[in-house]
Design a protein around this ligand. Structure first.
Ligand code: LCS
Length: 396
């Protein structure tokens, strides 16, 4: 490309990354290579591919052309060395950890992460000798206070699920690197449209692509994007052997969803800004947590680190759990369901749903109060969403 040309914008790249006409047919939409295996021309070629001396596909668990387009697209958008597509967000987290951690190592995580992410790291990794501490990563001193010589990984979710707390990625990257640890950021809530952790110093990004990237509530999928070729090469064999790989049809759906990511994120974010202000002014709401409003404790960090506040809001209804349950049982247009980041608005109660597997003590320490309600604002007409809140609040 012409050196003097302005770099392409994020929306343009979201639409074009990994998109090239099919070499065999010219098909503009990506073909779904729904095959488990790929024929070799002869034994020499099979051996050369296994030895890594020749490029080409072998077996879909080890790589597939449809999945490769999605990996290429995410690597480009996150600014990484490559992508490794996984069957789910949880599979991404487990694959990275399995590849990079050993017995005797220690990891630090955000106290308010997606409940199962914490449970697997805290409880299951402990069975393999990996110790962990989960702290409020919006507080740099809290991160420093649990560092050990054997800390190998700092895992940050920002914005965090479901408290919507933010962590300063650049500052934590410095702390981690000073202690010889890697920083991985779960960028599910922000997506590369709003936040690019690798440019801020993180070593790895992971996604639950089940959420915004696919965006249509019809796929479970994940992605790992290491910053360096060295990390990619360390994780790739484990990704291939562990078997948490992506199916080509799943990859095709996620690619199709990815192409409209920019528009969906912006529409949902505009709606969320209006709804956060509406909730903040509502007499039956105790508090609202949304990075786009001045009352958010890391509002300034959001402005510095993110290109927008996103579309996840948490709040507490007056009357605690009871008030919240009445609201959730009364919504009509919004759907009472876990997950997030789809085109439709989903509302849920973390203490009894997504974060129920965490102990109540850990939930409260992480700021996940019993009455916290999380809403993922979608792309509906915002007045319709506000009307739904109005009628549901009338029941509280
Ligand atoms: N990371 C974050 C930030 C998540 O929100 C989730 C799922 C995961 C990782 C795991 O991804 P999965 O394996 O489901 O693709 N979060 C969910 C939630 O809040 N409600 O239902 C799932």
């Amino acid at each position: 490309m012409d050196q003097d040309r302005k770099p392409l914008g994020l929306n343009t790249r979201t639409i074009h990354a990994g998109a090239h006409p099919d070499p065999a047919t010219g098909a503009v939409a990506p073909p779904i290579y729904q095959t488990s295996t790929f024929a070799f021309a002869d034994c020499h070629q099979g051996a050369a591919r296994f030895a890594g001396d020749e490029d080409g596909y072998i077996y879909t668990r080890m790589g597939n052309p449809t999945t490769a387009r999605l990996e290429e697209a995410l690597a480009e958008l996150e600014g990484g060395a490559g992508g490794l597509a996984t069957s789910s967000g949880m599979a991404a987290l487990c694959t990275v950890s399995f590849a990079l951690l050993n017995a005797g190592d220690h990891l630090i995580g955000t106290s308010s992460v997606y409940g199962p992410s914490r449970v697997v790291m805290e409880r299951d990794f402990a069975r393999f000798g990996v110790a962990s501490d989960f702290v409020d990563t919006s507080d740099l001193d809290a991160v420093r206070s649990v560092l050990r010589p054997e800390t190998r990984l700092v895992f940050v979710e920002t914005p965090a699920n479901p408290t919507i707390d933010l962590a300063d990625i650049a500052a934590i990257a410095d702390v981690a690197h000073d202690h010889g640890a890697l920083l991985m950021v779960d960028n599910t809530f922000a997506t590369p449209i709003l936040q690019r952790p690798l440019a801020l110093g993180a070593d790895l990004v992971m996604h639950s692509m089940t959420k915004f990237i696919n965006g249509h509530t019809d796929v479970v999928a994940g992605m790992i994007v290491p910053a360096s070729r060295e990390l990619l090469d360390r994780i790739r064999p484990v990704h291939s052997y562990l078997g948490a790989c992506m199916d080509p049809h799943q990859a095709w759906l996620a690619l199709r969803g990815l192409r409209t990511l920019g528009m969906r994120v912006r529409t949902a974010q505009d709606n969320a800004g209006r709804i956060a202000a509406y909730l903040e002014g509502h007499p039956k709401v105790e508090w609202v947590r949304y990075p786009g409003i001045a009352s958010h404790p890391q509002h300034e960090l959001a402005r510095r680190q993110m290109d927008g506040a996103g579309s996840l809001i948490s709040f507490e209804v007056s009357g605690g759990v009871d008030g919240g349950s009445r609201l959730l049982d009364s919504v009509e247009l919004m759907t009472l369901a876990v997950s997030l980041g789809g085109i439709e608005t989903l509302i849920q109660h973390p203490a009894s749903m997504t974060h129920a597997a965490m102990s109540r003590k850990h939930r409260l320490a992480a700021g996940i109060t019993d009455g916290l309600v999380r809403v993922s604002i979608g792309c509906e007409d915002v007045d319709d969403l506000i009307a739904d809140f109005e009628q549901a609040f009338a029941a509280v």
